[in-house]
Design a protein around this ligand. Structure first.
Ligand code: SF4
Length: 289
């Protein structure tokens, strides 16, 4: 949701309108994501406007750098839970990965989120070979100590070049095997891409393995709205976007907007798929990015 000059960015009331329409289609969970949602100066108004609609979930994914000092306002506005990127607990590694020296801000922000009652709080750790793949145990200890959920995420080939992907992509098989052995309970989360949550008794860990994973795509129920007002059926594709911003700005009524949502839903298909298997086409979650 970056605010660039001259950028055709969705306004608060336009976001609210689209969420209202999507609710009519049975979508009642919304996550604000990015880019970075907290760079918008009107983010509190956005959360308020969405929350007023009466959804079962209003969540946010953030890099956490601007969370400190803002959490109580976000919680008052109706934010229920948050996912915070925390790739490393070592300042130099954190800076190398994120490009900014803000580890302490992120940690303070997510502890503030806990104090404000946001729940659950998930730590997003994208595993990067040779950079932070030795830190999983430290991140587990940190999450355990503060009552957070750790999400270990496979690097996706989105928005990065092939060299970067080849250099830093780390498979999650070993950590998954270890979790399988140690878990006292394993939950398969049907509406979360069938991803597994491993309950270690004193800590929950999720493993997010989207790459070359037909099962993950088969259970994908999300639809995205980009910051410039396009419905985006799949994170990996830009050739099937549906423009809703123009329709909203030209005064389209709910029926016309519903048709555009249906067009985007019809365009959905699993990106990674096995021959002969059809994908889930419905959407239950909206991501505003
Ligand atoms: S269909 Fe696209 S958005 Fe959904 S899980 Fe697969 S790659 Fe991701």
């Amino acid at each position: 949701m970056e605010g660039e000059e001259g950028y055709n960015e969705l306004k608060v009331e336009e976001i609210a309108k689209l969420v209202q329409v999507s609710k009519k289609l049975g979508i009642d969970k919304v996550k604000l994501t990015g880019g970075e949602p907290l760079v918008r100066s009107d983010i509190i108004d956005i959360v308020k406007a969405i929350s007023r609609i009466g959804l079962s979930d209003v969540a946010m994914t953030t890099n956490g750098s601007l969370l400190k000092g803002l959490v109580s306002k976000l919680a008052e506005a109706g934010l229920k839970r948050v996912n915070v990127s925390l790739p490393s607990l070592k300042e130099e590694v954190f800076e190398r990965i994120t490009g900014v020296n803000m580890l302490s801000n992120v940690v303070d922000g997510l502890l503030e989120a806990k104090d404000c009652g946001l729940n659950p709080i998930k730590l997003n750790m994208v595993l990067l070979k040779g950079l932070n793949d030795g830190e999983i145990w430290d991140l587990m200890d940190f999450a355990r100590k503060h009552g957070l959920i750790l999400q270990v995420i496979e690097l996706e080939p989105v928005g990065i070049n092939d060299d970067f992907y080849d250099t830093y992509h780390a498979p999650l098989n070993d950590i998954e095997r270890w979790l399988e052995e140690k878990a006292i309970k394993i939950e398969t989360r049907k509406f979360m891409h069938n991803r597994k949550q491993y309950d270690l008794g004193d800590l929950k860990v999720e493993v997010v393995k989207p790459v070359n994973n037909p099962d993950f795509c088969m259970h994908c129920t999300r639809l995205r709205i980009t910051a410039d007002g396009k419905l985006k059926p799949c994170l990996m594709r830009n050739d099937n976007l549906v423009d809703v911003l123009s329709a909203v700005r030209s005064g389209a009524d709910d029926e016309e907007l519903i048709k555009l949502f249906m067009k985007a839903v019809e365009a959905r298909e699993p990106y990674f798929k096995e021959e002969g298997i059809c994908g889930v086409r419905r959407s239950t979650r909206l991501k505003i990015c």
